[in-house]
Design a protein around this ligand. Structure first.
Ligand code: KG4
Ligand code: ZN
Length: 367
């Protein structure tokens, strides 16, 4: 289902059968530029409605103030649609889950205040969810589900993490980026080539026709299981400024704006394929290292960048070659969505992890 709810937002979603009885959770996600609501019943997702804010495209990135305003516009119709499509009445909801952190504070406040108001009005328990933990647990929505323990490579626009998950409410970060996230590496590289935001899907699209071995971008040597993408971004910047002649800054190689643009236009597919190849190898080399160190070989992907076709293919091939169990959530559960908040809320409900109305949203949070 996909329908317009205003000029600047697109509403998309899915639904299954509802009805009364069982444990029903209403979940709300509003951490960035997607307003989403989902109903989960006994661990099964009945609806996952997502209003994507189109307004940010023209600014080349998410504008926090505009995101908060759009959440205010979207939240009531999104929650209503989630209830209607799952055939669940508001009074039949057993608990309300919401994204508490991390994210844009103005955006988080809209969802959290809405959830708290509903909890107060309906006198139902409230469950605070960590957005990054929810990305990991998106792998528990559909079958087949990974057995515990598993490792999850979470790759989004704001985060890049390797998470060791022992149980739904027991997980820890064992590696993360020390600068840019993988999604940022895609988006910033795309911006350097003059492509619109978000550039990740466009790099993926052009890369399909390209030769990934044509241009060699450096792989950073970061100790342990941490990642770094800022050096890659810098070398891509110089590479383009030098119209492909060298990856380092050299005034004598500096191309004119026309030469640079011509180089990009003539070689777009190969540049995209080569950038994508390097980002994927940085990610998977660290994942391999994490598997070797932990001995855990059930591996999952999560986050918006797991939509990348090159990453998905390389991840599956790696698993098949080594006999590892590989899991990737359905696309609608990879990018920001409330279904992952709902499934996390379900497991937190079972573990009795509730919060009271004094809870507040926070832009950053410890695990
Ligand atoms: O998880 P997500 O929807 O939002 C955050 O929590 O950040 O991830 C958004 C990120 C953006 O950087 C976007 O460019 C990237 O995911 N992305 C992709 C693809 N689809 C989305 N990156 C590469 N290839 C894709 N196909
Ligand atoms: Zn996210």
């Amino acid at each position: 289902m996909k329908k317009e709810i205003s000029n600047s937002n697109t509403l998309a979603g899915s639904s299954a059968e509802g009805g009364s009885g069982g444990l029903s959770i209403l979940a709300i996600e509003s951490s960035c530029d997607e307003t989403s609501a989902s109903i989960c019943k006994d661990g099964k997702i009945l609806s996952n409605i997502i209003a994507t804010q189109k307004i940010h495209e023209q600014y080349g990135g998410v504008v926090p103030e505009l995101a908060s305003r759009a959440h205010m516009q979207n939240i009531v119709p999104v929650v209503q649609t989630a209830l209607q499509t799952s055939d669940i009445k508001l009074q039949d909801i057993d608990a309300i889950a919401f994204t508490q952190s991390p994210g844009l504070i103005g955006s988080l406040l809209v969802g959290s205040q809405f959830a708290k108001s509903l909890s107060l009005a309906l006198d139902k328990p409230l469950i605070a969810v960590h957005h990054m933990q929810a990305h990991v647990l998106a792998n528990l929505i559909d079958d087949p589900k990974p057995n515990f323990p598993f490792l999850c490579l979470t790759v989004s626009g704001g985060h890049t993490q390797i998470v060791q998950c022992e149980a739904p409410t027991q997980m820890k970060v064992i590696g993360e980026t020390i600068d840019d996230a993988a999604g940022e590496a895609f988006d910033k590289s795309a911006k350097l080539m003059g492509l619109p935001y978000p550039g990740g899907p466009l790099i993926d699209k052009y890369a399909i026709q390209g030769d990934a071995t044509r241009f060699k971008f450096p792989e950073p040597q970061i100790p342990g299981l941490n990642f770094s993408f800022s050096g890659l971004k810098t070398s891509i910047l110089y590479f383009l400024q030098n119209a492909g002649t060298t990856l380092v800054y050299k005034e004598e190689f500096r191309a004119t704006e026309e030469e640079k643009q011509k180089f990009i236009n003539d070689n777009l597919a190969d540049i995209c394929a080569s950038i994508q190849h390097r980002i994927v190898s940085i990610l998977l080399n660290k994942l391999k290292k994490a598997i070797a160190e932990t001995g855990i070989s059930n591996i999952c992907l999560a986050g918006g960048v797991s939509a990348n076709s090159g990453l998905r293919r390389a991840f599956e091939e790696l698993g098949a070659k080594n006999g590892w169990g590989t899991y990737i959530p359905a696309f609608e559960y990879c990018t920001d969505n409330a279904a992952m908040i709902a499934i996390t809320g379900y497991y937190k409900y079972l573990a009795g992890q509730f919060v009271d109305l004094t809870v507040s949203a926070t832009a950053r949070a410890e695990w």
